[in-house]
Design a protein around this ligand. Sequence first.
Ligand code: AMP
Length: 425
Amino acid sequence: MNVLLLGSGGREHALAWKISASPLLTKLYAAPGNPGIGRVAELVKLDVADHSAVAAFCQEKKIDLVVVGPEGPLVAGIADDLRAWGIRVFGPSKAAARLEGSKGFTKDLCAKFDIPTAAYGRFGDLASAKAYVEKVGAPIVIKADGLAAGKGVTIAMTSDEANAALEACFDGAFGAAGAEVVVEEYLTGEEASFFCLCDGATALPFGTAQDHKRVGDGDTGPNTGGMGAYSPAPVMTPEMTERTMREIIEPTMRGMANLGAPFAGILFAGLMITESGPKLIEYNTRFGDPECQVLMMRLKDDLLVLLNAAVDGQLAHMSIRWSDETALTVVMAARGYPGTPEKGSAIRGLDEAEDGAQIFHAGTAINGGALVANGGRVLNVTALGKTAGEAQARAYAAIDHIDWPQGFYRHDIGWRAVEREKAGA
Ligand code: AMP
């Protein structure tokens, strides 16, 4: 098979790494990719927003499958446009990607199909949103409806903070994404990420993970796209997984089919495990980054076989095998992140580091033959271990070989899982 992978981050490097190991693969192309992806794929300069250009490339290169990494192209309808040209695509339609593209859409789906989630209101104007905050009180959560690059959520501990967030939203802080807001109940519990591989009718559990969103050790400082992750998430016991499938995922699959928008692709549920069980915080309609990196480390089966089965509606009779080991990834970021990262600093020592770990590239570039930082999150240093503690030790041992003074990372990725192990839980 000839495969085209869209995207350029650590998530896509992990996908490329796994796809390139498939005996089904003839040739892998990636657009735009990155230097790490370039080791297993031919990088192509394509404007992913120009769907006809992508389609023309697919026809010229006889692409048998397009795999879409990030959410932007999915919400913009790239899967529908390519399918209209007869091209096979792994990723949801525009209508199904509303699960990520509109938080209000997902909340209404939950209400209609009895899916446990935070109580909420949807508002298109400041006055009625403020009136709801006044009625419910703080703590309360304010969310821009549309895609806001992970920045559209405010956890407001006071009504004043909530009102300020609403004003910012309706003032255009998130552009069109904030023209409507969801205001919702503040949930407490432990968060977990739950993934399913879906073919429109069947959803198969596709691993669990937990990530660290804050930039600093001890989960302090501003939010980021994710500073590290590990899989599996110990909180997702077989019983919790079974409840999540029955109470959240299966009604979602039936609901989407019912609305004429069956979901095919990766369904990524952000969950809060509350005292009364799992509740849906949000859906994403693609793999998480860096969660994908740890999932790919543990996946024993041929990813390309599974993606094909999802595209062809053949998941009902399949099962998926996972390593029993824990995978853990530490994100190395460029100084300045999550503000403006410094670009261009040289990174050395990756060959030595790669002895005991898998290094996925995120924001890297080649400049004058040297590997340099070219983004906020730059490298994902990833390792397997019999325990979270062992995976953590291996990832940090690999980082010790990396010579990049302008980079930084958190020193406590996986702390919750490691503490659980120490407590013998
Ligand atoms: P989201 O972009 O919806 O994932 O929200 C970002 C983060 O905000 C989540 O990972 C949670 O940590 C937090 N969050 C979102 N909604 C809620 C909620 N209703 N209650 C508590 N925390 C929330």
